[in-house]
Design a protein around this ligand. Structure first.
Ligand code: C2G
Length: 143
């Protein structure tokens, strides 16, 4: 059984994420997603997510390509994860091209072309960036 692993925040899941997950699964038989925990996002990735870890985990577990979701707590856990889960292939989108080549002594490393036209930050911008607690102001009819 060929085991694949990938890492990410997967907030406001969109078809760019799904493309990545589908192509990752196509590389083998079992796909593990290491999902960035809220604390890791906040302190290490400077990302404020719309959905919590548990909500993002629920989304991922509903994706047919995903077999297991584990927490990503640190930048330093990848080598340990690769050995613990007997991973054959590590993959990421190519916005990370080259950044994880140090893993090549532990497993195969694959970078997929990123789906260019969609991103979580663009979705937030397009929606006016409202947090969950905020509601959009009354939309006044055009004068
Ligand atoms: N992705 C993609 N196309 C997009 C958006 C994202 O292919 N339009 C890919 C990214 O390249 C990444 C994965 O989907 O491989 C998850 O993206 P993010 O949730 O933005 O993850 P990121 O913040 O890049 O975290 O340790 C690695 C980090 O946790 C990666």
């Amino acid at each position: 059984m060929k085991r694949i692993i990938t890492y990410g925040t997967f907030d406001l899941m969109h078809y760019g994420h799904i493309n990545l997950l589908r192509r990752a699964k196509e590389l083998g038989d079992y796909l593990i997603v290491a999902l960035s925990e809220d604390e890791f996002n906040k302190t290490q990735k400077n990302k404020k997510t719309y959905f919590s870890y548990d909500e993002r985990k629920q989304h991922l577990e509903a994706v047919r390509y995903v077999d297991l979701v584990i927490p990503e707590k640190s930048w330093k856990q990848k080598i340990h994860d690769i050995h613990l889960y007997q991973v054959d292939i590590f993959c990421m989108g190519d916005d990370w091209e080259g950044k994880f080549d140090f893993l090549k002594e532990h497993c195969e490393v694959v970078y997929f072309k990123r789906t260019a036209e969609v991103s979580t930050s663009q979705i937030k911008t397009d929606l006016g960036g409202y947090g969950r607690s905020l509601t959009p102001p009354e939309i006044k009819d055009e004068e």
